[in-house]
Every structure is written in structure tokens, then in C-alpha cells.
Design a protein. Structure first.
Length: 465
């Protein structure tokens, strides 16, 4: 059984209640010295002590034991690929030891490196004539919160499971049922309006008139999703407030973005119930087109839902999800893997998600290797956005789903390939921090440890030394 260390959480719990180690030890029925060892991560906690904490303090032991060690380790490994650490890079054993024995130091280190990256981007933006942005964006803050939860929110899953209260609603009746629920439950009506009546907007909630306006530009699938999303915002307000408060995000923009993404999560969980979705995913080897049809959702919505299947004891394949536009900008990202998605700039140009625009609607598979030699199977496909008018046709994005290579045999899109010995495409996070030399797709010189350009030699790119 894996050892569980709870030092920082136990110390925080004790200090929040104004207790000494002796008083906490008495309450838990253990010795003060044992409390001291637990707080310093010199001993792992037993199940009996975790259960006793629940009885005495009302603390959910699963939240303490199920901390973000996996994602934090992935973040540490990704940070250590920075060229700054080329000569002093610790191995995996040392990284794990630091998380156990110095968790606060690890958190401070990650925060410091994040600030360093932000400062670097600020300097780069100044040279490009852009406004400096030293603080993290709301999107980055929300991404970090989802990653801290490994992209799975148990409270939202439980709320979604009870959404229909045991009633059976036929798939072709969900839209009408949602309109009735909103009208009878919270006194909100739904009205479909023409594109000209709602310019540049797909859905608008008029709180004063208690009315939701849906644009005709939305297809039936997305009208259902938008109404379920609104049910989440209106019916689960207290739950969303609680999750937002627990996130530690204080910037109003970040809080607003977090609430929207949590409501999206809730809507996906309602329309694609966890157990049924996981069973279908396993049975079809993650045939996401089939799954989308089965649950009456879009391909992108099915992809996003697949990244959330991380319930303890019933886990699906851990995926990362990334969506880009034609310019290569990352417009959405979620992650339950060790694959590090760039916070700033575009995705690595070697990822075939960029080339999927050449074959709209078709799956593009790829095996990739990160600079730390971790390997992933990635598949990409384009998705179409609502079309407003003839001048806005071909409003297309691309999504990429990826998993660690050991999960590739569980994915139908990988069946045509031999995982053993598969040809790996070397990729990085993005050009500004990628340590790979000699890459013929490099768009920027590496930010740190850059060597002067050799004026006597012309490499594959003008940045090669």
C-alpha cells in the first residue's frame, strides 16, 4: 500500500484550530511525539488515524490523503527540464524525497519558477512592444486549480448524479425537460432568438427578466449543453461558491472564469454520467465519435469529459486535452497527465494537432517524446464552431488528446501501430523554453543559456548555433 504523508495539512489543521501538538495528540489518541513526526513527514499516517481525524475534526480523510502529489511531481519534472538545471538536474528519487520531506519548499520553488517564467515573458513582451503581464492569467489560475484536483471534482460528480433524481429522461426529450425544469424550478424561461437579435453571442441570461436567450446559431446538441450549464450556475450556486472559495483564487476575473469552467464540468457530468461514460469508453476503446453520438454531445465535449475520469477505484485513461486555433494559440487546456502544457505562447509546432487542419474531421495519431524522455500517444481532430453567416464560414479549431504511452493499447486510434518501437516525434513545451538543439521547427531562441549564433554556419533555422 502506498505510504501517505500529510504533514503540511495536519499542521495547517492544528494551527487553524489554535491547538498545540499535545492537545491534538490527546484528541486523536496518539502521542505528541507522533504528531510531531507526522507534521514533519517523518512518518506516514495510518488509516486509523485518518478515520479518527474525520471523527474528531470532521475532515474528509480522502481530501487529505488524495492530495495533488501526482500533478505536483509532474510539474516538478517539467520545471527541471528548464535549461537552467541541465548540469544540476535531480533524479526522480530526489524529487519524490523533496516532496515528502520539504513540501513547503517544493511549493515555494514551483511558485518562484512560475514567477521567473512570467518575468521572462514580460521582458520578451517589452521587446515586442506589447504590454507587460507579470501576473498569471485567469485561465492559468483556473488550469492550475483543475490540475490540483487532477481534473476531477467529486462534489460536482455527486451533484450531477442526483440531477434527475432517479427519473428517466429519454435523450430526445432532454431539451424540453431542461426548459421545464428551469421554468418550474427556478422561474427562468428559455427563448430561442435569431442571430441578429443576439449579435456575437450564443447564450445570454437576462437576470432581471429571468430569461435565457439562446441563439439560433447553436445546434441542438449545444443548446442542451448551454441549458444544463445554466442549471449548474443557478441550482448549484452554493456548491460553486464553496469550490471557488476553497480554490484560493481571489482575482475576480479568475473567480468568474473558474465558476464558468466548474459549471461546464457539471453540465458534462449530467449529460455524460460517470459510470455509463466510463463503461462506453472502455467498451469502444475511446471511440470518441461513437461516444459523442451515444450521449448526444459534441466530439469536443466527449473529449473533455474523458479527461475527468479520475475517480478513485474507477479510473479511466488519464488524458490531457488541448485546443488550438489556426494560429497555433492554445485556447483551452485540461490535464490529468504528466505532459506539461505551455501556459504562455503556442504549442510545440511538431505536434500534429497543427497539421490536422489539412484533413478536417479525421483523426491524426502521433507518438511523441518530451525532452525528459517521457512518451505519449496523441490523437488530434478538427472541430467546427457555430457559423454566424457566410462571411464567417470555416470557423474551425483543432483538439488534441494525449495519454502516457503505456495506455496506448487501451485506445482504438492506436491499434494500427506497434507501440513497442513506435517512431517518436521529439517535441517540447514551446520554443522559448525547449532545450532541444537542432530543431528545424524552432520559432524562438531559447530564453536562457543561449549560445551566440555562429556567423560561419547556417543551421536548419536562423536560431541554431
Amino acid at each position: 500500500m502506498q505510504k501517505t504523508f500529510i504533514g503540511p495539512h495536519l499542521r495547517r489543521l492544528r494551527l487553524e484550530r489554535g491547538e498545540t501538538q499535545g492537545s491534538m495528540a490527546k484528541a486523536l489518541g496518539i502521542s505528541a511525539s507522533y504528531v510531531n513526526l507526522l507534521e514533519n513527514n517523518e512518518r506516514s499516517v495510518s488509516v486509523s488515524v485518518l478515520l479518527r481525524m474525520f471523527e474528531v475534526y470532521g475532515v474528509d480523510w480522502r481530501e487529505i490523503a488524495d492530495e495533488d502529489g501526482t500533478s505536483q511531481l509532474a510539474d516538478l519534472r517539467a520545471v527541471m527540464q528548464d535549461p537552467l538545471f541541465t548540469e544540476t538536474r535531480p533524479d526522480l528519487t530526489q524529487l519524490r524525497a523533496s516532496m515528502v520531506h520539504a513540501p513547503a519548499l517544493v511549493q515555494s520553488f514551483l511558485r518562484l519558477h512560475s514567477a521567473y517564467q512570467a518575468a521572462t515573458d514580460q521582458l520578451l513582451s517589452l521587446t515586442e512592444g506589447e504590454a507587460p503581464q507579470i501576473i498569471s492569467t485567469p485561465e492559468a489560475a483556473v488550469h492550475n486549480e483543475f490540475r490540483r484536483h487532477r481534473n476531477h471534482f467529486r462534489d460536482l460528480e455527486e451533484a450531477a448524479a442526483g440531477f434527475w433524481a432517479g427519473a428517466v429522461v429519454e435523450p430526445d426529450e432532454i431539451y424540453v425537460a431542461l426548459k421545464r425544469r428551469l421554468r418550474d424550478g427556478v422561474g427562468v424561461t428559455v427563448r430561442l432568438v435569431q442571430v441578429d437579435d443576439l449579435p456575437g453571442t450564443l447564450r445570454q441570461y437576462d437576470e432581471a427578466r429571468r430569461e435565457i436567450l439562446l441563439s439560433e446559431a447553436l445546434d441542438h446538441t449545444n443548446r442542451i449543453f448551454q441549458l444544463t450549464h445554466m442549471c449548474g450556475l443557478l441550482e448549484q450556486r452554493a456548491l460553486l461558491d464553496n469550490l471557488a472559495a476553497r480554490s484560493g483564487i481571489t482575482d475576480p476575473r479568475g473567480v468568474a472564469r473558474l465558476r464558468v469552467e466548474l459549471a461546464n464540468y457539471f453540465a458534462a457530468a449530467v449529460l455524460m454520467p460517470y459510470d455509463a461514460f466510463l463503461a462506453e469508453a472502455r467498451a469502444t476503446k475511446y471511440d470518441l465519435d461513437h461516444i459523442a453520438t451515444r450521449f448526444g454531445v459534441s466530439f469536443e465535449q466527449a473529449c473533455h469529459r474523458a479527461t475527468t475520469l479520475q475517480r478513485e477505484g474507477a479510473q479511466g485513461v488519464p488524458f490531457f486535452f488541448m485546443r488550438i486555433d489556426k494560429g497555433g494559440n492554445v485556447t483551452k487546456r485540461f490535464n490529468a497527465t504528466g505532459f506539461h502544457l505551455a501556459e504562455h505562447g503556442g504549442a510545440c509546432p511538431r505536434l500534429d494537432v497543427h497539421t490536422s487542419f489539412r484533413t478536417p474531421g479525421r483523426i491524426v495519431p502521433q507518438f511523441v517524446e518530451m525532452p525528459d524522455r517521457s512518451q505519449f500517444f496523441v490523437f488530434s481532430r478538427t472541430v467546427d464552431r457555430p457559423t454566424w453567416m457566410r462571411h464567417a464560414q470555416d470557423n474551425r479549431l483543432a483538439v488534441a488528446m494525449g495519454c502516457a504511452i503505456e495506455h496506448a493499447p487501451e485506445i482504438g486510434y492506436a491499434e494500427a501501430f506497434s507501440v513497442t518501437g513506435a517512431r517518436m516525434t521529439p517535441v517540447g513545451i514551446n520554443c522559448r523554453i525547449c532545450p532541444r538543439s537542432g530543431c528545424d521547427q524552432r520559432a524562438h531562441q531559447a530564453v536562457v543559456l543561449s549560445q551566440p549564433v555562429d556567423e560561419k554556419r547556417r543551421g536548419a533555422t536562423r536560431f541554431e548555433v
